[in-house]
Design a protein around this ligand. Structure first.
Ligand code: G4P
Length: 290
């Protein structure tokens, strides 16, 4: 999928974004990195650790309503073993967001103690949100910030134009998230971002994408997918993924004149249903490459 290399994020764009994020980082104590729980590898920015350096971070595994529950738990464990606090959230419904403030407090505990020992009573912690496009940054901000915009004028050191949301007692969040670029030089990453809807369809071959999704579904054999297309009685391992796309289109009656299947329509339908989690709660990437 060579088109992936051409998607957005020209070098100038990346440099500008990097600078903006570096400027915002100076204003905050911690970072909340939002990733997509269905693709915890591909939805992460490859340069983030370098950018934030030693700043405490919390990972929000968003869209967990669409990811496999066991896989999400395994990921949280995996991050935990690396000393990173991660929580599962669903920013559409708000589920899991009650764990956010405790998670920030946990990663900031040392710093809070330091500040207290210097005589600060109830120090305010400031945090910023970062993540690749479409991962749910605005949804998160809308859910936790409500209409709770903190006043800006009494914040020393904060340049004009920065707004802060109060999201809990002594916890403020920068209103503008850092939009990170994905790792777009890896074909698999690009395909997974496209399959999950993080990058737009128009620039990619929709049928090829559906075939790649079917390559994956053939291996995983999610119950919902099998049941939805009534594939119980066939051995999908014997099907080439394009033939499977054909079959799936046929089952939905997506025919063109002459009785052939409109595989483009079938591809669009399949990807739409995957993105709406109608094929099951599916995680495409496991820790340790499993
Ligand atoms: P961004 O700011 O990082 O670019 O992402 P944004 O919040 O705009 O979210 C991108 C899409 O993902 C939105 O869908 C949003 O509703 C959806 N979304 C965000 N968080 C979750 C989640 O936890 N679960 C689910 N299922 N979806 C989530 P959209 O189709 O662009 O808009 P809409 O359908 O909500 O109108």
């Amino acid at each position: 999928m060579s088109e992936m290399q051409n998607i957005q994020w020209f070098p100038g764009h990346m440099t500008k974004t990097k600078r903006q994020i570096q400027a915002s980082l100076k204003l905050v104590d911690a970072v909340a990195e939002i990733i997509d729980a269905r693709i915890p590898v591909s939805s992460r920015n490859p340069d983030l650790s370098k950018l934030i350096q030693n700043k405490p971070r919390v990972i929000l595994m968003n869209k967990c309503d669409m990811a496999n529950k066991t896989a999400t738990k395994m990921w949280i464990d995996y991050f935990d073993k690396q000393g990173i606090t991660a929580i599962a959230v669903d920013c559409k419904s708000g589920r899991g967001l009650n764990k956010f403030t405790p998670a920030v407090t946990k990663v900031m505990s040392k710093r809070i103690e330091q500040l207290k020992s210097k005589g600060m009573v109830n120090p305010t912690i400031r945090i910023m949100i970062v993540g690749i496009p479409n991962v749910g940054k605005s949804s998160f901000i809308n859910k936790v910030a409500k209409h709770n915009r903190a006043k800006v004028e009494d914040r020393p050191g904060v340049t004009r134009g920065n707004q802060w949301y109060t999201i809990a007692k002594n916890l403020e969040m920068l209103d503008t998230p850092g939009v990170l670029w994905p790792k777009f030089d890896d074909r698999l990453v690009g395909e997974r971002l496209a399959i999950t809807g993080a990058v737009k369809d128009q620039i990619l071959d929709i049928e090829l994408l559906a075939v790649r999704l079917l390559d994956f579904l053939k291996k995983l054999k999610p119950e919902d997918f099998i049941a939805r297309f009534k594939l119980e009685d066939i051995d999908i391992d014997n099907y080439d993924s394009f033939d499977l796309l054909y079959l799936v289109g046929k089952k939905r009656g997506m025919l063109v004149s002459g009785g052939e299947v409109n595989t483009e329509r079938a591809a669009i339908m399949l990807l739409d249903e995957f993105r709406a989690a109608k094929l099951g709660r599916i995680t495409m990437e496991m820790p340790y490459g499993g």
